[in-house]
Design a protein around this ligand. Sequence first.
Ligand SMILES: [Zn+2]
Length: 229
Amino acid sequence: MLIKYQLKRSKKRKTLAIKIKFNQVMVYAPYYLPINVVEDWLSTKQVWIEKHLRNQQNRPVANSILQQQNYVLLGQTYALRFEQHAIKSEVIIDDAIIQIYTSKRVKHTQEKQLKLLMSVVSTRLTQYCEIQASHMANKLGVSFSKVSVKHIRSRWGSCDSKGRLQFNLQLASAPLWVIDYVVAHEVAHLQVMDHSKRFWQIVKRIYPDYLNAEKWLKNKGFELDIFKI
Ligand SMILES: [Zn+2]
């Protein structure tokens, strides 16, 4: 087998599956399936795997927020100002500037700056998503239990069976209409959990232009990956 891969076996799994995550090929297999069966199957997928690996490697990467002069937060552009050796570590946001102060006692300045920024951005995005989700849930006559924001690399949002909605922190600098779509998508899951035809009809009802938003995330989503050093 020419392809390097990581094998994950599980007792619950009944079929084989591949996923490509951060340039790594992950193979999911039923617990007792012999390795030669796994590899035979994998060799039939070689062309597909190589194509996807190439695509991931050619994908441009976004710079860290710490290297940027401006940051778009919920549709509004702010200048970023970093100040070290302050009395207190804190973030102050006014109309046009986000100031990130780190105290003299801070040893790892960049880590601290990133943590401070992520915390304020998370608060703002949570508030925004809560408001949007309430409007949309009202329209559908459904309700959710909680909205939270987390820095996840693998998805834009999620909705679980307990009605908890979670959104990716990276969305905070996407255009508002794109954030609204992700909220609409997760709110629609409160009614239908899968991605069936019925699900997309509900999405369309609360967010008619969903195809454009999906396209934006596919083409531009990588630009939002800025919470890193
Ligand atoms: Zn979904």
